[in-house]
Design a protein around this ligand. Sequence first.
Ligand code: PHE
Length: 340
Amino acid sequence: MDIKALKNRAISDIAKAKDLPELNLVFKKYLDKQGELTLILRSLEELPKLRRIQVGQEANQLKAYLRDIFDKKGAGLKEKAMKVAEKKEWIDITAPGKKILAGHLHPLTLAKRKVEEIFQTMGFSVIEGPEIENEWYNFDALNIPKDHPARDMWDTFWLKTGRKKLLLRTHTSPVQIRYREKNQPPIRMLVTGRLFRHEATDSSHEINFYQVEGLMVDKDISAANFKAIIQEFLNRFFEKPISIRLRPSFFPFTEPSFEIDMTCLICQGKGCSVCSKTGWLEMIGAGMVHPNVLKYAGLNPKFWQGFAFGVGLDRLTMMKYKINDIRLLYSGDLRFLNQF
Ligand code: PHE
């Protein structure tokens, strides 16, 4: 049992250890439960008494000594490892930051919010209605009976359902009815919602688009009130005076009915593809609420009158941001969207 030789081997092994895992292996080899020195200490019993005392002393001294240099070496290696890690994790706080791309609102959303804000300042409540409707709300209650040719004004997407005939709403007017069922006049309500039409698409027509529907019902409402409110709205939306013209028109749920055109802001009235070369853009369908429609809602047309209108939100957006093709609004094309 050559303790001296063991000591020398252990010292040289400890010195050779390059990192903590290596040092651990050396520790295991000599000082762990199965380590060489541990085994020596355990086998002392087998030795004659005198020899046992001598070897025991030497071995215990060596154990204390080795523990000490293990600790020192361990502390050194630990420090070294930390320095390496620090170097790896080093952050250059002076380097320029990476720009995080922030999302932004779609032009239609920007326009919708602006419209709602303007009408809210004029006392209109902003409400919502379902995109899937039944025939009653989309047609009948709006004075468009079954088999009436007026239904052809709205090419409809019908849903394949069982007995109940459901459809994708072809305008936002059904929300007027839903609102009147639950609210008593005086009424000032506004809906901005999506609608669907089974139509061919081109630069100014899409199969789904948005309308802003307004309804005002009170005791003494005339078309003059309507014209004033719409003029005020358009001026504020476009932040400049806007020329409009009212044309007589037909809607089954209003009488009289009119259509409101505004000068095309894309070509400044000169004529372009968006305004079909006329310089005017059809923007709003409107009229005085038909007495039948008031009756369906349980209101006496002798006491109450009102006006209703439906504005194309997409067209408003196109005019505001000078967009010459409605299809861009639904393309999801980032080259387009990133401009807003
Ligand atoms: N709902 C009509 C349409 O989609 C527009 C409109 C609304 C007309 C309200 C008159 C009154 O064409």
